[in-house]
Structure formats: structure tokens, C-alpha cells
Design a protein around this ligand. Structure first.
Ligand code: PEP
Ligand code: MN
Length: 264
């Protein structure tokens, strides 16, 4: 472990003038799995901007299991995100799946997410190492902690020091919870790297009724923030409907998280 290893400091990654991950404040990134239309994102931003939710998420390019499933709105989705970002003054996190998408995403978003399925797409990681935007690197579906840190190292070694790690659950024998949230990894990553670490309880557990308790546990374990899926009509979500929180539940969760954060 080289650049990512812990030389007794904590990196702080800035998403915008007012929002940084890795400082004292926990940062909550919330929004739908997929950008579906302008009205959906307006509704999400209107509800979430009033609560202490600092950034919005939403995929324009989606890594779907089936090639026949909705693949995202693409550039139209990015344009919606960018309009929302300016109107509500909230930073935007969205996924980049390949090198050819980087330019458009850099122009429209504040943070580029590398999804689990691309955690070891080394060419993509190297290209993101040359970008002047923060990168949210999600743990691979079955990546070891060392592989995860080395993936971050690919970005860091090309010169981009703005990397945030995201634990989102790993595959195991039981899919009752979609994945297994590895909170031990969160603690370990905080100890062995100086990078901010956030948790995605939505993809980790796959069921909305399991999200809030694990979100609290993640903060209790020292996570620097959370990324959580929510939707104006969760059951109508075009992707990951089963794990989407309602906007009301999302806001309520954020308020209860502040109490946990204050106790850590
Ligand atoms: C997502 O954040 O919508 C996503 C696809 O996550 P992951 O890459 O963790 O599966
Ligand atoms: Mn999703």
C-alpha cells in the first residue's frame, strides 16, 4: 500500500464549496437509483434540500444485469442532473461506466461514481486518475479489502487524490439481504487508509425495511457518510425498487442519523 496508506492524516474530499467528505460532519448523498425524468428529480431535490442532505445521486448510465433492462437516459439524464444541480445548489454524484463517458459526466456532475462492476476496470481507473473531479469508488462485488485499496491506488497514482471509498456489501451464501454489509471493512479501511469511507446500505441490503438500522450502524462504525437510494414513489422505481426509501422515510432517517453521529 502506497499513496492510500495511512500517514496519520485524514483526507478531505470536496464536492462543492460547501460540501466535503472526511471532515467532522457526516455527508449524506441521496436520490434515486436511476434518473427517470425531470419531474422525478425536481420532486426529490425539493424534498431533500430542506433536510441535512448535502448531495444528490442518480444514474444516467446504468450497469444493469440484463441488457434488455432500462439502461439509463444517458446524456438526457446528465442534462437533468445538471439543471437540478444549479437550481437547488446541491452537488451531484453519478456513475461513469467507461472512458468515453468521462468528458460529458465531468461537464455535468460534481463527483464521478465507479460502480462495483467496474472496480477493477483498470483503464477506467487510470483515466479517472487524470480527471480533476472527486471519484466515488465502490467496492467490487467480491473484492478483498486489499483489492479495493489497490483499485483506489490506480486513481491516486495517476494524480487524482480526491478519492472516496464506498462499502456497498459483498456477495456471500445468503441473498436474503442482497449482499452482506461488511462493516468490519469500514473500520479497517479507516485504519489503513487516509481516504474518506462512506457506506451504501441500499445496495448492501436490497430491502427498504433493512436500510435505516444499517445506515445507523455504519455511522456508529465511523463511516464519513452514506449514499442511500430513495424515490418519490419507491415501488414505481424503474430500477432497484425494492430497496428505495420514500422521501419521507429518507428525511426521517437523516434526522435520526444526526443523533447517532453526535454519540460517536
Ligand atoms: C448504484 O449505485 O446504483 C449501483 C449500481 O451500485 P453498485 O455499483 O454498488 O451495484
Ligand atoms: Mn441502484
Amino acid at each position: 500500500l502506497a499513496i492510500a496508506s495511512h500517514p496519520n492524516h485524514q483526507s478531505i474530499v470536496k464536492l462543492s464549496e460547501g460540501v466535503a467528505i472526511g471532515g467532522k460532519e457526516i455527508v449524506i448523498i441521496a436520490g434515486p437509483c436511476t434518473v427517470e425524468n425531470r419531474l422525478q428529480m425536481e420532486t426529490v431535490a425539493t424534498k431533500l434540500q430542506l433536510s441535512p442532505i448535502q448531495a444528490l445521486r442518480g444514474g444516467a448510465y446504468k450497469p444493469r444485469t440484463s441488457p434488455y433492462a432500462f439502461q439509463g437516459l444517458g446524456l438526457e439524464g446528465l442534462e437533468i442532473l445538471s439543471a437540478i444541480r444549479h437550481k437547488y445548489n446541491m452537488p451531484i454524484v453519478t456513475e461513469v461506466m467507461c472512458i468515453s463517458q468521462i468528458e460529458d459526466i465531468v461537464a455535468h456532475a460534481d463527483m464521478l461514481q465507479v460502480g462495483s462492476r467496474n472496480m477493477q476496470n483498470f483503464d477506467l481507473l487510470k483515466a479517472l486518475g487524470k480527471v480533476n473531479k472527486p471519484i466515488l469508488l465502490k467496492r467490487g462485488l467480491a473484492a478483498t479489502i486489499e483489492e479495493f485499496v489497490m483499485a483506489a491506488e490506480y486513481i491516486l497514482s495517476e494524480g487524482n487524490s480526491q478519492v472516496v471509498l464506498c462499502e456497498r456489501g459483498v456477495r456471500s451464501f445468503d441473498n436474503y439481504t442482497r449482499n452482506i454489509l461488511d462493516l468490519g471493512a469500514v473500520v479497517a479501511l479507516k485504519q489503513i487508509t487516509h481516504l474518506p469511507v462512506i457506506v451504501d446500505p441500499s445496495h448492501a441490503v436490497g430491502k427498504r425495511e433493512l436500510v435505516a438500522p444499517l445506515a445507523k450502524a455504519a455511522i456508529a462504525c465511523g463511516a464519513d457518510g452514506l449514499i442511500i437510494e430513495c424515490h418519490p414513489q419507491p415501488e414505481k422505481s424503474v430500477s432497484d425498487a425494492r430497496q428505495a426509501l420514500s422521501l419521507e422515510d429518507m428525511v426521517a432517517l437523516v434526522h435520526s442519523l444526526r443523533l447517532v453521529a453526535a454519540a460517536v
